[in-house]
Design a protein around this ligand. Structure first.
Ligand code: ADP
Ligand code: MG
Length: 549
């Protein structure tokens, strides 16, 4: 065991800090205990120190797998400047440079060695050159196709544990829901890894969702209230980023487009200018931002609905890293939902992608504190409403929904968490349909206890219960509804539940679409697709698309 004074000494000597941030100390202790570890901490939370500090005190080399070759040099330079000997290894280096690194490893002259997942062919040579004390896998969500930044090369990393079972692994990421977390540990062969989940609550970020009509006008009004502030506008397509940048420029704003289709040098320049406050607004695809450490981004706008909450949270997390109040604004429109559903259907993992998109949509549709929804998605439960989201600031009308909630929760309980939302509602409403009868659910005590609530309203109330954290959807298990530990407070401890009256907002506001309108055909196609999917996959239609048709 390493002594407290050595840890604090190294923290001060190499990083210049006097105290640890939340969880850093526990994580570092666990590294020294030889455990495998899984660290979930928001962007800017301080993950690097969790392996860099142990690296300075451990006998051999700490191997760091990091996805961004472009950033490795910066990281190594930063460490070297702090007095920590570090190097990186990749296939663009000349052979003599690589040999030099192997020789330094064998002389125990390197503490941290950065390697891209694409360069795993060097791993055996590294292991035979010297002692490897620890393997750190940064941005570990890249291993999971359920996450939002999948990198095929990461999937080979399971090799590390099977080949070198005695070397502890620490996997780190800012974004992972329960399912992705399990997937990461499974794929890395570290099923018994200790899990460390830091708070994701970024109180300084205000949250707001608005309907996505007249977006340009809304953005211009937003920007006029924030002269000279830096911000990012995330768009779904490259074309969107360019068109929007042109429109904003024509209105006199300092905006640039950024996407993966630009040349490498253009991208670097735009990024550098943004970091150095030489340009103010970036209209970007999600290609922009990973690893960019700019502390004074004051706002983030999502021009389109993101495809899942992990991506969304990571992207808004780029605002306000200095801790000062910052604004986030999301535009929510049906057209985006249609587009994203198509992407999801065509992805290799459509069921999971669909369910995740659905959670994104639920967030955007929320009638209760948005921050609670976001945090509960990451497994974090807060008891108070945040007061810093649009719903908290302008709340809908609530009623005492305790009895309604008890009915729903006890039904889910009696169904043993084995059924999806549609069957839960069927049981609540006492529907004598084939599925219900086949399974004998008409015998259940709660069968038909809530016939007075319509099917649609039940959908909305159940979404609220999911959003409030009493119920969760098992994405990877046919979207079954299950109770969370919070549910027992309502079932057994008389906790009161406030529910919002269902307002059919979208349905009421959706304009009547003319026959020829292309969007109308799209809706029809989507309706067909929804029905087809519902038949094939036994997904409740609501999970496919929650429209008014
Ligand atoms: P992450 O990888 O989780 O996004 P970093 O490791 O890059 O975050 O850390 C974010 C910032 O927080 C860095 O500027 C880092 O130096 C700083 N930091 C990390 N740990 C501490 C600490 N214990 N005290 C003060 N600042 C810290
Ligand atoms: Mg990091």
């Amino acid at each position: 065991m390493v002594e407290e004074k050595d840890l604090l000494g190294a923290l001060k000597e190499y990083f210049g800090y006097d105290t640890f941030r939340p969880l850093q100390r526990q994580i570092i202790d666990s590294v020294f205990a030889g455990n495998d570890n899984m660290v979930i901490m928001p962007t800017g939370g301080g993950k690097s120190i969790c392996y860099q500090l142990p690296a300075t005190l451990l006998p051999g080399v700490t191997l760091v797998i990091s996805p961004l070759i472009a950033l490795m040099k910066d990281q190594v330079d930063g460490l070297t400047a702090n007095g920590i000997s570090a190097a990186f290894l990749n296939s663009s280096q000349a052979e003599d440079v690589q040999q030099e690194i192997f020789s330094r490893i064998s002389k125990n002259e390197i503490k941290l060695l950065y390697v891209a997942p694409e360069s795993l062919q060097y791993i055996d040579a590294v292991f035979s050159s010297g002692k490897i004390s620890l393997i750190a896998i940064d941005e570990a969500h890249c291993i999971s196709s359920w996450g939002h930044d999948f990198r095929p090369a990461y999937t080979q990393l399971g090799y590390l544990k099977s080949r070198h079972p005695e070397t502890p692994i620490i996997a780190l990421t800012a974004t992972a829901d329960k399912a992705t977390r399990k997937d990461i540990c499974d794929q890395l062969n570290i099923p018994a890894a200790k899990q460390f989940i830091a708070s994701f609550d970024r109180k300084n970020l205000s949250l707001e969702v608005r309907p996505g009509n007249k977006k340009l006008d809304q953005i211009i009004a937003f920007l006029k209230k924030r002269p000279d502030q830096s911000g990012i506008i995330y768009c779904l397509s490259r074309k969107n980023t360019e068109e929007l940048a042109v429109k904003l420029k024509s209105k006199g704003f300092d905006a640039e487009a950024y996407h993966a289709g630009l040349s490498h040098s253009d991208r670097i320049k735009i990024q550098e200018d943004f970091i150095q406050d030489k340009n103010q607004i970036i209209c970007a695809t999600v290609a922009f931002g990973m690893g960019i450490d700019k502390s004074n981004v004051r706002w983030v706008i999502h021009y389109n609905l993101p495809k899942n909450l992990e991506g969304y949270y990571q992207e808004i997390g780029r605002a306000g890293r200095d801790g000062l109040p910052s604004s986030t604004l999301l535009f929510h429109s049906y057209a985006d939902v249609v587009q994203l559903r198509k992407f999801a259907v065509n992805s290799g993992n459509s069921e999971v992608q669909m369910a995740k998109l659905d959670r994104m949509k639920q967030y955007a549709d929320a009638l209760s504190c948005r921050r609670k929804i976001l945090l509960s998605y990451f497994g974090e439960l807060i008891s108070e409403d945040c007061g810093n989201c649009d719903v908290c600031k302008n709340p809908p009308e609530f009623f005492d929904g305790t009895i309604l909630t008890q009915k729903a929760l006890s039904t889910i309980f009696r169904l043993k968490g084995q059924e999806s939302i549609s069957l839960v509602i069927d049981v609540l409403r006492g529907a004598h349909n084939a599925q219900v009868l086949e399974k004998g659910y008409q015998q259940l005590k709660t069968f038909g206890i809530a016939t007075d609530v319509s099917w649609r309203d039940w959908q909305q109330y159940l979404i609220q219960l999911i959003n409030l954290g009493y119920v969760e959807i098992a994405f990877h298990d046919q979207n079954k509804l299950r109770l969370t530990p919070l549910a027992k407070k309502v079932l057994f401890e008389k906790e009161k539940v406030r529910l919002a009256h269902v307002i059919q907002r979208e349905a009421a506001k959706e304009p009547v679409v003319a026959e020829k309108n292309s969007e109308n055909t799209l809706f029809e196609k989507l309706r067909q697709l929804r029905l087809k999917l519902a038949r094939e996959e036994d997904i409740p239609p609501y999970l496919i698309f929650n429209d008014a048709t």
